[in-house]
Design a protein around this ligand. Structure first.
Ligand SMILES: Nc1ncnc2c1ncn2[C@@H]1O[C@H](COP(=O)(O)OP(=O)(O)OP(=O)(O)O)[C@@H](O)[C@H]1O
Ligand SMILES: [Mg+2]
Length: 377
């Protein structure tokens, strides 16, 4: 499947525009502030129905307008087509999503319809930023890849919210503990999915990191807040649940004192490291150089692309937002090699510099972006 057509209406700095994309993709060249990232944000909006930049929907409505609408048409090799559309009305704060013209029962049923992965300069924040950003990454990927994950994480958050409210109000331990089973039941499913995914992609991440950097292997590891279980990929959910129960008991007193839930997936983290000879691995989150952190972020998106392709059983739409900025020429070249090796996938790339777009031997059609208007170059 590839994105064959995109219709934009009042999204960010776009007024009204319909674009026809070739199966292989395009390279979008434009100066700073012209709308390149906005275009990729619009496409990825059809994947997760929110901004990949974390912007609230109100901010996506073109200044002075009341609504935005994005429509995408996905086309398969056999000619079958499917429409995905999303619209948001500012005044009523109402979002409407349709797939093939019909509204899905839950938004979660409609996510992942494009099969897109976005590489962006802000990805470095996943590596270098707070654990919350790394958990957000996990939640998005696993919601797209694991059936039932989104529901589990949403239910977990609801229970956590209630439980924290009781703890904050200084409620009796027995009242707080009434929420433990819900917390454990949903939380252990979240933990199990995160552990399994991290174990599945660990090797691939290590290799991508090594190949892009032209040096040592990287390490991607899951650091669950709730320990006391094996921590292996095929740990049954029930074993995790039991460990979670034990941990909650252990910290119960401290939770009363601190007024919040102290163990659970809301305190998990992902670790990014680089192997070193004769020394312990280097923690890239704190000690990585800008380029090393960026490389880890790129390797992470590469394993995400593999995950999406594996679960969806089809090609991915790879969105590259100015990814070569700040990378040395060797690294840029090896990323290009990886992209070129993605058979059949569509690539939509943006850059302020025409020299950056040597993907597919420079064969991607070039479009210019100026003030929210796209035109062939
Ligand atoms: N809701 C909105 N309505 C109208 N314009 C907007 C809105 N939100 C952002 N913009 C404008 O969009 C432009 C930024 O677009 P974008 O982030 O896509 O730039 P870019 O081409 O990616 O630039 P860079 O190369 O610097 O990353 C800015 O000029 C900004 O003012
Ligand atoms: Mg940009």
């Amino acid at each position: 499947m590839y994105l064959s057509r995109l219709r934009l209406q009042n999204f960010r700095n776009f007024d009204e525009q319909t674009l026809e994309f070739p199966p292989g993709g395009v390279a979008v060249i434009g100066d700073n502030g012209q709308g390149k990232t906005n275009l990729l944000e619009a496409i990825y909006y059809l994947e997760i129905f929110r901004s990949f930049r974390g912007a609230p929907d109100e901010q996506l409505v073109r200044f002075g307008e009341e609504f935005f609408r994005v429509e995408g048409r996905m086309r398969a090799a056999d000619g079958t087509e499917r429409e995905v559309a999303a619209a948001f009305e500012r005044r009523r704060r109402k979002k409407k999503v349709t797939v093939g013209g019909a509204e899905p029962e839950r938004l979660g049923d409609a996510i992942g319809g494009v099969g897109a992965v976005i590489f962006s300069p802000s990805d470095v924040e996943i590596v270098a930023g707070s654990p919350a950003g790394r958990r957000r990454f996990l939640d998005i990927v696993l919601s797209l890849a694991v059936p039932g994950y989104l529901a589990a994480v949403q239910r977990f958050r609801q229970v956590l919210f209630q439980r924290n409210a009781l703890l904050r109000q200084g409620m009796q331990a027995a009242l707080v503990a009434a929420w433990n089973e819900g917390l454990v039941s949903w939380g252990s499913r979240v933990v199990a999915a995160r552990a399994r995914w991290a174990a599945e992609v660990a090797d691939s991440f290590a290799e991508h990191y090594a190949r892009v950097s032209g040096g040592p292997r990287g390490v991607l590891a899951y650091d669950p807040s709730c320990t006391g279980w094996e921590g292996t990929a095929d740990e049954p959910v029930e074993a995790i649940a039991e460990a979670f129960r034990r941990e909650l008991e252990r910290v119960a007193e401290r939770e009363t004192r601190r007024g919040m839930t102290l163990v659970g997936p809301h305190r998990d983290d992902l670790r990014f490291e680089m192997e070193r000879e004769g020394a312990p691995p280097l923690d890239l989150r704190t000690y990585g150089s800008g380029g090393q952190q960026r490389t880890a972020a790129v390797a992470l998106r590469m394993v995400e692309a593999e995950t999406i392709r594996a679960v969806r059983g089809r090609d991915t739409v790879i969105l590259l937002d100015d990814v070569f900025a700040e990378l040395d020429p060797g690294r840029s070249l090896r990323i290009i090699e990886w992209i070129d090796g993605q058979e059949g996938g569509q690539v939509i790339l943006t850059s302020p510099k025409p020299s950056d777009v040597e993907i597919h031997g420079g064969a991607l059609p070039r479009w210019s972006m100026r003030d929210g208007r796209l035109a062939p170059l």
